[in-house]
Design a protein around this ligand. Structure first.
Ligand code: ATP
Length: 234
């Protein structure tokens, strides 16, 4: 059985994508991918799904957690790429690592060989911690950008969309300068590419009152799909 990919989207890490395979885990959770462009409202939708009972796995948080100070993966990265990849406080300087790891195939492969297994392990640890009957929603910002992630196919993919100007306004309110946001948006997949993956689309162009009923409908559908899966498995 193959499982969804997970990506880390910090600067220079956009294509660090993990092959997630062969877990010993076989509980009948429904695995849902949640994606959308920066500022589209993924986290907001994830929060609303969590309120309704979903277990959320945040791919970015997973990718960050495995290289925190004191982790075996960070130690291996330092062994391979040198102490220069650490900040004065001893945490990972992602830009410094990217400058060293994304220079040639060998370095890039070394980075992936260190980080992918750690990410896989943590990803599955979080999934296996979910109750057996859970709906697990994996917030994977770069699902559309990642060939591996795409090929792994979540049963359900929820894509959150909002018009560019709305996204820029919201990000600006969150403290992200417009030109910075525009640069990041330009580096991501477009709406069309994400839409091709979608089993469910969320239109987040409106306010929260407009978003909630859409999430209600999706949640009801996830429960229906899950019930069908369980019935089929009997
Ligand atoms: P990122 O890719 O940067 O992590 P995201 O896709 O997860 O962003 P959110 O963080 O959910 O997006 O939303 C971006 C900002 O817009 C947040 O400040 C959030 O509170 C706000 N926001 C999201 N949806 C709505 C909405 N329907 N009405 C008002 N504000 C919203």
């Amino acid at each position: 059985m193959r499982w969804p990919g997970v990506t880390c989207r910090e600067e220079g890490w956009a294509d660090v994508t993990c092959a997630l395979r062969v877990p010993a885990y076989a509980a009948p959770v429904l695995l849902v991918g949640l994606t959308g462009g920066i500022g589209s409202g993924k986290s907001t939708v994830a929060g609303l799904l969590a309120e309704r009972g979903a277990v959320i796995v945040d791919a970015d948080a997973v990718a960050r957690s495995v290289v925190e100070p004191g982790t075996p993966a960070l130690e291996k990265l330092v062994e391979r790429f040198g102490k220069e990849i650490l900040t004065a406080e001893g945490s990972l300087d992602r830009q410094a690592l990217a400058d060293r790891a994304f220079v040639d195939d060998e370095s890039r492969t070394a980075l992936e060989d260190i980080t992918h297994p750690a990410i896989n392990e943590e990803f599955f640890r979080q999934i296996t911690e979910a109750p057996e009957d859970a709906v697990v929603v994996c917030d994977v910002p770069l699902l559309a950008e990642s060939t591996q992630a795409r090929s792994r196919g979540y049963k359900v993919v929820v894509v959150v969309e909002a018009p560019l100007e709305v996204r820029l306004d919201r990000l600006e309110q969150r403290g992200v300068p417009r030109d910075d946001a525009q640069r990041r948006i330009a580096a991501q997949a477009g709406d069309e590419e994400r839409r091709e993956l979608a089993t469910h689309l969320v239109d987040n162009s409106g306010d929260l009152a407009a978003l909630e009923p859409q999430v209600d409908r999706i949640w009801a559908d996830l429960l229906r799909i899950k019930a069908e899966d369980e019935a089929a498995a009997k």
